[in-house]
Design a protein around this ligand. Structure first.
Ligand code: HCA
Ligand code: CU
Length: 391
């Protein structure tokens, strides 16, 4: 039997480029110290992230020093840095000892007119020059077009075709303003695939302004992109990019064994807590996987089924992430199965009829008492029979 959500599932190889130390530094609250950068890099590497992208070493003296320091840590993750398409930036980047360089050039008509003022032929000429320079320095090379989705497709294809023919490792497609939809991402990636050599891979970088970052990253993978940019908690310019946890949530449903074999999932929450702490933000209540209510169940119909088999209302399993589920029973939507379960936890022997009576009483009380809690439920259960029938 194949259910609807199993349709189209298959083995898609993908690799994560975590850009918390580049895109994440562009988050309004970020100002990582060297020690914090080191801590984040080590934690992400320990988690199993394949690539870490660091801020352009030309951005500041400290960025340069930190890029060098992190490259010298010999982490399992490969270290990349992100540069503008200039020889100066490229020279500085390779002198830090990074494993790879991500080159960026704005290609949209808006950026061409209001930002750098260059035309497509100039972009190609400059990109060729920078790529050829990098090729003499034994680093992975990626070329990306900023604001790809507000660029003309024919321009994009021309640039990617020419630059990839030089023999680079990846081309990047960037949804810089978060305007793309999954269908558009899929379409562009398929078109790009047709014009670049087989051995050149595709990377996707998606902003979350319209809430599509995870879906767009997923569509990118389905269309053949193998490299996805994320940051911890999605931090970045404006409201950020694809969050690491959200991408993992999406991908583990597709292929649990693959995702579990690559990443140490129970460490996710600690990494998020750390980044949240150093950027002075809270974890959103509805965060993927680690939000406080991600594995809570409330309504009677849900709790009954979850108590029998958690898969009924959980597509993700908390245990894969070292977390636990919480079944909430102290409210008007509670059900007798949940109450029975609580009575069993408390070692109370109550008959089915007694549980039914208690459930009605609990619902009624919860309706009128604003701060009704689990301890109120427990008191009702324990005191229901004077000798409270302990097993
Ligand atoms: C930015 C640049 C970038 C680059 C993405 C990439 C974007 O806006 O600061 O190199 O793939 O979103 O276009 O983050
Ligand atoms: Cu970005």
């Amino acid at each position: 039997m194949t259910t609807v959500c199993e349709l189209g599932k298959n083995l898609n190889e993908f690799f994560i480029i975590d850009s918390t130390l580049r895109e994440g530094e562009q988050f309004i609250n970020s100002n990582f110290s060297s020690a914090e950068k080191k801590e984040i890099a080590c934690r992400l590497s320990g988690f199993g992230i394949e690539f870490l992208e660091l801020t352009n070493p030309s951005a500041s003296c400290q960025s340069y020093e930190d890029c060098k320091m992190i490259s010298q840590l010999n982490l399992k993750s490969k270290i990349l840095t992100h540069i503008r398409c200039t020889i100066n930036d490229a020279e500085k980047a390779v002198s830090t000892g990074v494993d790879g360089v991500d080159v960026l050039f704005g290609t949209s008509s808006l950026l061409r007119e209001f930002s750098h003022g260059k035309d497509i032929d100039f972009i190609i000429k400059k990109a060729t020059e920078v790529v050829k320079f990098l090729q003499t320095h034994n680093v992975q090379i990626r070329f990306s077009s900023e604001d790809s989705f507000r660029s003309e497709l024919k321009d994009l294809l021309k640039i990617y075709k020419t630059v990839s023919s030089l023999g680079i490792d990846r081309v990047g497609i960037a949804d810089t303003v978060g305007c793309a939809t999954p269908h558009q991402v899929e379409y562009v990636i398929r078109e790009v695939r047709k014009v670049i050599p087989r051995q050149c891979e595709i990377e996707f970088h998606g902003h979350n302004d319209t809430g599509c970052a995870i879906a767009n990253s997923y569509a990118a993978i389905k269309a053949g992109a193998k490299y996805i940019d994320v940051t911890v908690l999605g931090i970045g310019e404006r409201n950020g990019i694809t969050p690491l946890g959200g991408l993992l949530a999406r991908m583990i449903v597709d292929n649990p064994e693959y995702v579990k074999s690559k990443y140490r999932l129970p460490k996710l929450k600690q990494i998020e807590n750390y980044v949240a702490r150093v950027t002075s933000i809270g974890i959103p209540f509805n965060n993927y996987i680690t939000g406080f209510c991600a594995f809570t169940h409330k309504a009677g119909i849900h709790t009954k089924a979850v108590l029998n088999n958690p898969e009924t209302y959980e597509i993700l399993s908390p245990t894969d992430f070292g977390l636990t589920r919480f079944i909430s029973i102290a409210h008007k939507l509670t059900g007798r199965h949940a109450i029975q379960n609580r009575a069993t936890q408390l070692n109370l022997a109550l008959t089915e009829d007694e549980i039914k009576i208690l459930t009605v009483e609990i619902k009624n009380l919860a309706e009128i008492k604003k701060d009704f809690t689990l301890s109120d439920v427990d008191t009702l259960l324990v005191n229901f029979k004077p000798n409270n029938n302990l097993f």
